[in-house]
Design a protein around this ligand. Structure first.
Ligand SMILES: Nc1nc(=O)c2c([nH]1)NC[C@@H]1CN(c3ccc(C(=O)N[C@@H](CCC(=O)O)C(=O)O)cc3)CN21
Ligand SMILES: CC(C)C(=O)C(=O)O
Ligand SMILES: [Mg+2]
Length: 286
């Protein structure tokens, strides 16, 4: 047995553990909400990692602008460009067969208005082959979402903490605390649903509020630091796998310690080279 079937399976239609081998679509995501099914989403920034998650059955992969700090060495997501998102999105699509690939529109690629948003979203669909795009903002981005959806580009919205606004926040504070902020979050959620988004990320909001938003929408919510009652949960893969250098946000659960493991492998290789143990006879040609 080389193939391990994921634990939760059967129906053939469930997002995680389903038996269908065709690519997941936004219709499958909508159907999962009707069944009350919870589902996982991870970021991916390259074909190799994406193929691991695809084969693990992760139904939705986000080519997040978190590539800025996680993959490209920037301080934040702010400097990430369309060229970078397009290049890495194409790699993630090439590395996958079943996962729905969502391309994150970077800062500055949709704020000018719906036409700019459509131009850049179209580029990710045509050039990279993504099945959907994501952009940040609720009421403030509703016009962009509406034009994209009317044009045939599925949109995942993202409200609560929107990291592209880090310079305006002065950090990454929890959102939606207090009655006024909670009402704004509910309005943002309703606005993106009405604009036609197929799902909405809720980032860093109180669990009770995220639960209320999830109950009040017919589209799925995807939580990150938003408690257990969202329809989906997303994490940055390097955080989830213990690959991120330094501190990770409190909402992260680490399921492996890849940074330690990869460092150990590099040190073992180095020791072997310096000590003459590698290459050995079986690695040599005559
Ligand atoms: N590696 C990584 N993981 C992420 O989840 C992530 C990124 N990068 N880059 C883009 C944004 C930035 N995000 C962040 C960054 C920091 C916190 C953070 O430190 N939050 C505090 C809580 C703040 C508060 O209490 O007000 C924490 O302790 O988790 C949260 C989300 C989420 N995204
Ligand atoms: C954390 C997710 C939602 C994201 O936007 C990203 O990784 O860029
Ligand atoms: Mg992002």
């Amino acid at each position: 047995m080389t193939h391990v079937t994921p634990a939760r399976k059967q129906s053939g239609t469930s997002l995680y553990g389903g038996t269908s081998s065709r690519r997941i679509t936004v219709r499958d995501i909508a159907a999962a909400k009707e069944r009350g099914e919870k589902w996982p989403m991870l970021t991916a920034y390259d074909a190799m990692t994406a193929s691991v998650f695809d084969q693990a059955g992760i139904p939705v992969l986000l080519v997040g602008d978190s590539m800025g700090n996680c993959h490209l060495g920037y301080e934040s997501t702010v400097p990430v460009t369309m060229d970078e998102i397009a290049l890495l999105s194409a790699a993630v699509v090439r590395g996958t067969r079943r996962s729905l690939v969502v391309g994150d529109l970077p800062f500055g690629s949709y704020q000018e208005g719906p036409v700019q948003a459509l131009r850049n979203a179209t580029r990710l669909v045509k050039e990279a082959g993504v099945g959907a795009v994501k952009l940040e903002g609720g009421e403030r981005s509703a016009d962009q979402i509406e034009l994209l959806v009317q044009s045939g580009v599925p949109v995942m919205a993202h409200i609560g903490l929107t990291p592209q606004s880090v310079n305006a926040y002065g950090g990454y504070p929890v959102q939606g605390r207090g009655e006024e902020a909670a009402q704004q979050l509910l309005r943002d959620a309703k606005a993106v649903q009405d604009a036609g988004a197929f799902a909405v990320v809720l980032e860093l909001v109180p669990a009770e509020l995220a639960a209320e938003v999830t109950r009040s929408l017919h589209i799925p919510t995807v939580g990150i630091g938003a408690g257990p009652d969202c329809d989906g949960q997303v994490l940055v893969w390097t955080d989830m796998a213990g690959m991120t250098d330094g501190r990770v946000p409190r909402f992260v659960k680490q399921y492996a310690q890849l940074r330690q493991g990869l460092g150990d492998a590099a040190r073992a290789f180095a020791e072997d080279v310096v000590g003459g143990a590698y290459p050995a006879e079986e690695h040599s040609f005559h």
